[in-house]
Design a protein around this ligand. Sequence first.
Ligand code: UDP
Length: 338
Amino acid sequence: MHVLVTGGAGYIGSHTVRELIKAGHRVVILDNLSRGHREAVAVLQKTTPAGTLDFVPGDTGDHALVSGLLQERGIEAVLHFAAHSQVGESVERPELYYRNNVVHGLSLLDTVREGGVKYFIFSSTAAVYGEPVEVPVSEEHPVVPANPYGATKLAFEGALRWYGRAGGPRWMALRYFNAAGADPDGDLGEDHRPETHLIPLVLQAALGLRPAISIFGTDYPTPDGTCIRDYIHVTDLAVAHVLALHALVRGAAPAAYNLGNGSGYSVLEVVRAAEAVTGRSIPVRHTGRRAGDPAVLVAGARQAGQMLGWRPRFADLRTIIDTAWRWHQKHPAGFETV
Ligand code: UDP
């Protein structure tokens, strides 16, 4: 199948492009490189068979460009990753999130519906749930986003649902918990500017690129007082997208599924596991809570297993950190080190 992947130069998008091509699909990446990396595209082009991958720089909101691509390439499925994804930034600059994630997203969806594309997979997030009232968080949990990032992702899920009933594509939305790790081949990985995620920050501290890691809050109602999260390997997320696409092709009903391991680790447990993996000591500094952080966020992800046949391969926290460590050691300055 010929697949359009928006945001394919980004972290989860680039890993998914690799898995799509491994599964025998052809891919066109559409990415404006505002957050993604041209070097990630170059790595993918170097490591995939000739003729399986094309890169088009541009915006999801560019109707003429996207419409032309859909027609010329005979695109049957769109996997939509292109979005802003930082919670803190979304609180400070909601207009960026509504414009990019909702306005441009809707333009893409209009173009996709006009173009008769059959399948649509959406990169969603556990942030749609907001502060959990019950853990593990299943798909039946109320959706009350606590920040504009989650609100814009939920708004787009709603559009998918209603467009789908009105002649739009058949869709699935995949709600990620904490994406982490790197492709086991070591040439794709996480490179956000600025970096705000725990595991890359911890590994940068292990490399001596940061003096210490700040622990955001030690007074949460958890066994060691630090927040608990469900870390899920990026390649496991990538594979879930391929399975979701194949399920839609087989006739599966549109739905939103959680993607997580179903087990939680505290911030301190992550730091200790990273010390064990790297063999280095990682200095920590206790600072106050970060606004908007729930104490515990762990996925109830049984449905993705049952409906998509998805089984995470890299569920163990140390394995997740080990793959990320290999990437960070080889690429201390991110993709610029390629
Ligand atoms: N965290 C931390 N120090 C940091 C970055 C993150 O203590 O420098 C904590 C954060 O409060 C949260 C967990 O690590 O409890 C995971 O945060 P991250 O930003 O990686 O993902 P999020 O849970 O916000 O999606």
